[in-house]
Design a protein. Sequence first.
Length: 414
Amino acid sequence: MATIILKSKEDIRIRRGHPWIYDNEIARVEGEPEPGGEVEVRDARGLHVGYAFFNPNSKIRARVYSRTAKKADEEFFVRAFEAAWKWRKFCFGEPAIERRLSLRLVYGEADSVPGLIVDGFVGATGTEGLWLSVQFLSLGVEMRKAEILKALRSVFNPDGIAERSDAPVRALEGLPESVGVLWGSVPERIVIEENGALFEIDLLGGQKTGWFLDQRANRAAAAKYVSRAQWADSPNKAIGARVLDMFCNQGGFSVLAAKAGAASVLAVDSSRDALALLRKNAALNSVSDRITIVEANAFDYLRDLEKMGQRFDLIILDPPAFAKNRAALESARRGYKELNLRAMHLLERGGVLVTFSCSHWFSPEMFDAVLADAAFDSNRRLHILEERTQDLDHPILSGYDESRYLKCRIVQVV
Ligand code: SAH
């Protein structure tokens, strides 16, 4: 097996849990590793660090998959998927699937399978079954598709497997996009149940893997403030909360807020396809009469709402990742600042803001600073009700900060 020898001290970050080895951290390569092949990683003194997938065409030259397992074969993946499943059962309870809980079953590096994302969607009444939506985001897992498919089938026994390898990070690994059915059959329409509501999702056509599973618990957390809207200085307290769901996608927050008794929900997104699904989801849950759907750019529309003198009791801001790398941090800061400032203007005093940042580059400290700045500029004070992150099926691996990506703050604006 070919060997990568790290430069002095570059093993420390790896030994502390970070699985990526960058090209500039390598002193030399011994032997001739195949692209995507297994390599042993050693420190500058020659001591064993782990085994990794090698990619000569990526800045992330190697991704560690194990300290001890040499070969990443079918048996390796079976063991990794079983361990990942055991963690989900620990977090969500033994009969998670029986309870129709759709879950992220494998979360890449945090589950020791670098670059592999597997979301498991459980069909509710009428569309019963289990379908997997999979992203192969590194050369190592791309080359082992056949073994991975066999292992997924033997551990999870799904009815069909969809591939959603259309993420931009594939290009950084030198891989083309690829979307389609990998195994079995994948229906056009699957209805899943989440937080007691029904959602129709589109595995092959929706954004990312078809549904944002990481927001499951945050959607429930946001919905519980709907019934507390009477705390806001709202002229229509008796009627119920007016909710604004910005970046609503298919309505995970909107539908739940409406079900929780919101008087009205204004759901805004720039994606027509996502809004078409939201329309169906509102109907599926019999809340269409209380959800108004608007296709618009969030920045422009927030400005328009302000001009129109609109007010809300609860606002959800769930934008896409603004900072995809370090260079984008300053423009991301400006984006988050503008969104949150405008939302604070639109909230009644005592209203609640549920605000997110999903770029791991944008640290919790930076996000909190943006919120504090926005509060200062809008002459408001913030009471922090909850500091949250992604749900537990997206585990956070200590030492690997990329897995600590989602920041959620629920604040009362007074
Ligand atoms: N809140 C959603 C997930 C949001 S993902 C949920 O619970 O599932 C981010 C969303 O922002 C996507 O649906 C995308 O279409 C939308 N989006 C991206 N840029 C936008 C913009 N400038 N204005 C409005 N929506 C935008």
